[in-house]
Ligand binder design. Structure first.
Ligand code: DX5
Ligand code: ZN
Length: 227
């Protein structure tokens, strides 16, 4: 999409479909959208950058229309090596934002530019062990920075408490321009602490879709980060 027609990166809770029941994906996504979710987070894993395989552009294509009809943003998190090779396919499938890992390619500047050239918001993700300075040569090249609060690759892990200090340092480094996203172990306890440390978008998988009533779980969690 041309820059003026692109969806802005939203603030709030982004349910991650990694924890959804895939036999009822449309219904589950529909329930959190109806509850007001401003974004749907899609975790793409390649079996190389992280051990697991998850989903590809077909899944984005299957849910993008439903998300866009509800005014929501499709947030694609690429946990894949050489993500620049997959940007076009996810943009075509309907992604609004594509986040690449700083550890996944030697060509981070090129990859972020490829995301923007494809008409999407550009995100840059950092694993827990990656220092915040990894973003310092790329300021201005991304719209969102994703601070992993668990090691990428699996849902349902425990929040790494060291993430809170890192978030504050990252916020100081990038300022208030880019969205600051947290991902992993986000629940009603950890989301508020991340908000206090500067996070603006909160990815939540198991704390929403691991719940019998995902819409109610979304509302509870959203209530803990609303300012
Ligand atoms: C982890 C993924 C997360 C995952 C989070 O590699 O990037 O988006 O869905 O899952 P929870 O919320 O269960 O920690
Ligand atoms: Zn993710």
């Amino acid at each position: 999409a041309p820059a003026d027609l692109m969806r802005p990166v939203p603030a709030g809770v982004a349910p991650s479909i990694l924890a959804a029941n895939f036999a009822q994906l449309g219904e589950q996504v529909g329930s959190v959208l109806a509850a007001g979710a401003p974004a749907i987070h899609v975790d793409v894993m390649d079996g190389h950058f992280v051990p697991a395989l998850s989903m590809g552009p077909q899944v984005v294509e299957a849910l993008a229309g439903q998300a866009h009809d509800a005014g929501a943003y499709v947030d694609v998190h690429l946990m894949v090596e050489r993500p620049e090779r997959h940007v076009a396919a996810f943009a075509k499938a309907g992604a609004d934002g594509i986040t690449i890992h700083v550890e996944a390619t030697p060509h981070t500047n090129y990859a972020l530019a490829a995301v923007r050239d494809a008409g999407c918001r550009a995100g840059l993700a950092l694993c827990p062990g990656t220092p915040v300075q990894a973003v310092s040569e790329l300021l201005g090249e991304f719209d969102l920075v994703l601070c992993m609060t668990v090691n990428p690759g699996w849902g349902g892990q425990r929040f790494l408490e060291g993430s809170l200090g890192k978030l504050e340092r990252l916020h100081m480094l990038v300022g208030d321009g880019p969205a600051l996203e947290v991902d992993g172990g986000i629940d009603a306890r950890t989301a508020g602490a991340c908000a206090a440390a500067g996070a603006t978008i909160f990815v939540a998988g198991s704390s929403i879709f691991g719940h019998g009533d995902p819409a109610a779980a979304y509302r509870d969690l959203a209530g803990t980060v609303r300012s």
